[in-house]
Design a protein. Structure first.
Length: 166
């Protein structure tokens, strides 16, 4: 019994490092070369990011720094092995990793948006409730400090009734 494959082309994410023995000006042509490897193997690039020069956690070969880049692309599984091999053979790429990335459907995105809205509205309600509690506490404190006019008159009368003011 044969398994039925979906007609969707899988989505992948490629993160690769170019060693710092190349200057920043030399990185752009290398990025173009990596993009060409993907497109030559039937891939369609959907997103590209340059993360810049970063320090490694540990030494890789003789390098402590490298230029990181991220590419998201669509490609069939048969061509992925060819692209992976071509990237391994490139002397300009120090390390690379390709990961299959799940594409979210419109329903999943809508569900996540609704959940985020619920969380935000709940947080706003809680914040409003806390604000009301703080305002009530402040008003009670102010009322506590206030002296009523009648009490003030009584205290003044006591003071004035005493014969020794000094």
């Amino acid at each position: 019994m044969a398994k039925v494959k979906s007609s969707k082309v899988p989505h992948y994410e490629l993160l690769y490092i170019i060693p710092n023995n190349f200057s920043e000006d030399e990185v752009a042509p290398i990025n173009d070369k990596v993009k060409k490897v993907i497109t030559d193997n039937g891939g369609t690039i959907t997103h590209f990011e340059e993360w810049g020069k970063k320090r490694f956690s540990y030494q890789i070969k003789t390098f402590f720094y490298g230029y990181y880049s991220l590419i998201e692309f669509d490609m069939t599984g048969e061509n992925m092995a060819k692209a992976n091999k071509a990237l391994r053979m490139m002397s300009e790429v120090l390390r690379h990793q390709i990961v299959a990335k799940k594409i979210k459907t419109a329903e999943e995105l809508e569900r996540e948006r609704k959940i985020a809205e619920k969380i935000a509205s709940k947080a706003a309600k809680e914040e409003e409730a806390e604000k009301e509690v703080r305002e009530k506490a402040k008003s009670k404190e102010k009322d506590k400090d206030k002296i009523e006019l009648k009490d003030l008159d009584d205290k003044l009368d006591k003071i004035l009734d005493t014969e020794t003011l000094l």
